[in-house]
Design a protein around this ligand. Sequence first.
Ligand code: ATP
Length: 673
Amino acid sequence: MPVDRDPDAISLVPAQREARSRPPEGPDPGTGAPVQARDPVLTYGKEDDDTPRPWSRHDRTMERTGVLAMTRRLPGLLRLAWSLAWEADRIGLVTMVGLRVLSGLVEAAGLLAVAGALTAVLSEGPTPQRLHDAIPALVLVVGAGVVRTAISLVTSLLQSRFGPRVDRVSIVRLLDLATRTSVMSFDDPRFVDDLDAAERGAASGRQLVDNAVNVFTSGVQMVAAGSVLGVLHPLLLPLLVLSILPDGWATARSARLAHASWLGRIRKIRRQFMLRNHMTDRDCSAEIRSFGLNRFLLDEYIALARENEAEQVRVARGQALYRLTGEVVSGLALGAVYVTLVLLLNAEIMPLAAAGTAVLAIRNGRGALSSALDSLNSAFENFLYFGEYRSWIAEAARRVPTPRGDMAPAEPAVVRVDAATYTYPHTDTPALRGVTVELRRGQVVAFVGANGSGKSTLAKILAGLYEPDEGTVSWDGVDLAQVDPDSVRARVGLIPQQYTQWPMSARLNIAVGNIDRLAADGPDSVIPAATATGAAEVIEKLPYGYDTSLARQYNSGHDLSGGQWQRIACARAVYRDAPFLIADEPSAALDARAEQALFDLIREQGRDRVVLLITHRLASVRTADRIYVLDEGLVVDNGTHAELMTRPGIYQELFNLQARQFVDLPDPAAPMP
Ligand SMILES: Nc1ncnc2c1ncn2[C@@H]1O[C@H](COP(=O)(O)OP(=O)(O)OP(=O)(O)O)[C@@H](O)[C@H]1O
């Protein structure tokens, strides 16, 4: 199995990485079938390189920084863990820190009591007398042990409360921002990519707190052992600290290696998840079987999994090597500590009892150190992962539209877009190029044009979901860039091209159009909207009517057909009862009767609203008051149906093409008989 041994592999751009690590071939132990290697570009298409995001701390710098730099980050790490734990459970945190410090003091007292007991036992005199003299110190040693065990039990219980709470706080913050940041952010693949890393990073928060608590606990134990050593002889403490350093170095290198490897693998990990989701998704199940894709997808999954496994083995090997080096050098340094102890004994600078206590303190100190380093190793890793979460949170917060004081007009009579230009993130061709349109209350305005001509993009600008790069959107002369974005969206009822099938009851699936209204007007308030859009006749046939679950992926969830779902999506916008209705391809899945009823409804809604209709069914736009024809991001014509049919152009061509499917109109391109 080829293993990527190149230590620089992580700093290569993805295309180079892909080229180097071809999927391994050979039979899969799970299925026994041979695994086909494939070209990743052929499968997934070309990908951009990892251009650094201006916002991301996507901590590639960590791949290059040394141990000292990581040590400098330690206070920041502890501060962060403290603030997370503080936010999650203040009382628990303060109690725990207090108890841990108390435990350290008890440990130091216990060690000093050992010194007392040894001094009594090793002193001159008859044995019964010496043992008798040692009893008070021995009672102290046992008492200290019992108290420390009790404290450790209570603090473990407290510690177990942090994890779930830190999880909740971190995830809620992520979800809050993910649902408030601008829609445009989700068109930026890098932002979405980083959201994935942030979700992974969020889970590291609880581990980070756990690690930091363990580091703190071990730190207290080390301080206890160190202070006892300092009391016994001033030379022992610095020597013990020196013996710790090689282990510290190994810890920092291991964490860095693991994180860098994870960053290098992140795309492949995502692909693995993506494949897994598709292979188990109900929507894909029919195509996988009809096209016989099982083997193709499995091969791809196995190849990716093997690459990930190989990389993880490489990291584990590297980490073991660091650890071994650290422990060998550390062991030598520990030898030096014991040699010093012997020399001190030999020179009679230190009595035997003190030396015995020193050995115990060194053992305790190093035990605490070893667990501190283990926790530190994980803490550094989790700190780095959590950094992904923090940088995404900061960027998402920056992208949340700023609330503005002025409100959009409550009942707009004229909605205008003037000279609007819009280019999607990381694309070269503008989706809209200087577009001007006007919509009036009491009219139905339609946008028509070929696929990709810019209709939906313009609709999203009108809905206040996108802000144009250039140009303005105004309602009754008020520039929407100057008003609160929420006040714009509150006045728009949108039937989007791709609507959401919420895994909730049928009632809620309509009520999401105006969730506050449901609370105010009661559960039956959805019925008129459902009746108007034909959703009622679908819902009434369901086993529990409006309370039937439409979460088809769950037991007792009920599924609907595409057209039935579309009726529910239309009902949502009607239930919103907004002064501006935008219907983007509202009838794509509807049968002819339902479609006719919907367009009648849209015309009726247009009497006292601004209504925008986007559709490829041109028979339905004949009655629109104004039709804008879009082509490659430009408005190329506008007028009524009758006006547009008088001049040759896209509209006339598209309309005649459709009309010819119903009646035998002569084909103008056909040769004359
Ligand atoms: N999220 C996106 N990221 C990048 N480009 C996009 C995105 N959405 C749309 N585009 C591009 O913008 C252009 C206009 O797309 P838009 O969806 O507005 O067209 P449309 O006229 O509504 O098409 P259709 O009739 O197929 O719905 C197209 O070239 C499309 O490829």
